[in-house]
Design a protein around this ligand. Structure first.
Ligand SMILES: *[C@@H]1O[C@H](CO)[C@@H](O)[C@H](O)[C@H]1NC(C)=O
Length: 284
């Protein structure tokens, strides 16, 4: 479902010209990111569940960890850019086209991807310096950074410190920025006089906030809290939220409830059907 929903959004935004605005470019990036995110983790999990073969190679495990760190990081930053974009659009609309010009968008988006990759490279390098014994059992659904750290026989204090510092820098701070921009958005919505307009904007904002809180809350609560044995099972369940549930909800929450996207979908379907009926080959 996550792949279908996100693929649909990506193709739609790519095909329909009037969706070529900063907001939809961010959404498209988020969808691509979500596709990468679920495909890095869920296929292996599904194969483990369906075949009962619980083995994963060392290289496989490291690649999964690399992709996971990259995706989590980029997702946080993309969500922050999207919240900033909405903040500018709603709170300072007159300067929107000046602030959100092509350069800024490309810069923001590239920063998100580049920071994600660099971070994943750094962690993979640090982890590759550790010693691991031959056969180990990972008590998790996938090769999570913390789960692998536990397997090493070395002192991992320095990595844990880095993880914490990064959690603050790329997790807590973006989360606060996102919440702040939504607070500004809501307070400026409250100044709108028409009730219908207020309700409409409010309903789209509240669903964004819910998914952001689910995603950021679940992942931050895992990485920022001290480790205890009894929370391990809880952690595993909670991790499903950000590895599977939120990537599936994102297209629903951000795009499929959106009038412009629905309109675009109708147009595409109409063109397809009429092409099909008339048998004509038309490029659009
Ligand atoms: C991501 O965003 C950038 C900048 O807005 C845009 O140029 C690019 O096409 C987007 N990429 C995807 C895959 O949506």
């Amino acid at each position: 479902m996550a792949i279908c929903g996100n693929l649909l959004i990506t193709v739609l935004i790519w095909l329909v010209l009037h969706l070529h605005t900063p907001m939809y470019f961010f959404l498209c990036n988020l969808s691509v990111q979500d596709i990468v995110h679920v495909s890095a983790i869920l296929p292996k999990l599904i194969s483990i569940v369906s075949t009962g073969n619980h083995n994963i190679s060392f290289a496989g495990c490291f690649s999964q960890m690399f992709m996971f760190i990259f995706c989590l990081n980029t997702d946080f930053l993309l969500l922050t850019s999207m919240a900033y974009d909405r903040y500018v659009a709603i709170c300072i609309p007159l300067q929107y086209s000046v602030i959100m010009n092509v350069q800024t968008c490309v810069l923001l988006v590239s920063a998100c991807w580049v920071i994600g990759v660099l971070n994943a490279v750094m962690h993979s390098f640090l982890m590759s310096q550790l010693t691991f014994c031959y056969h180990k059992t990972i008590n998790h659904f996938f090769c999570d950074l913390r789960a692998i750290l536990k397997l090493s026989s070395d002192d991992t204090m320095h990595i844990k410190t880095i993880v914490f510092a990064e959690g603050v820098l790329f997790g807590v701070i973006p989360f606060i920025l996102i919440l702040t921009s939504y607070v500004c958005i809501i307070s400026s919505i409250c100044k709108i006089h028409s009730t219908a307009g207020r309700l409409k904007t409010f309903s789209s904002c509240s669903s964004h906030i819910v998914t952001v809180i689910l995603f950021c809350g679940a992942s931050l609560s895992q990485y920022m809290k001290p480790e205890t044995e009894q929370s391990e099972e809880q952690d595993k369940l909670l991790s499903l939220l950000y590895i599977a549930v939120v990537p599936m909800l994102n297209p629903l929450v951000y795009s499929l409830r959106n009038k412009a996207v629905l309109q675009a979908m109708k147009i595409i379907i109409k063109i397809k059907v009429s092409n099909f009926l008339s048998g004509a080959f038309v490029r659009y």
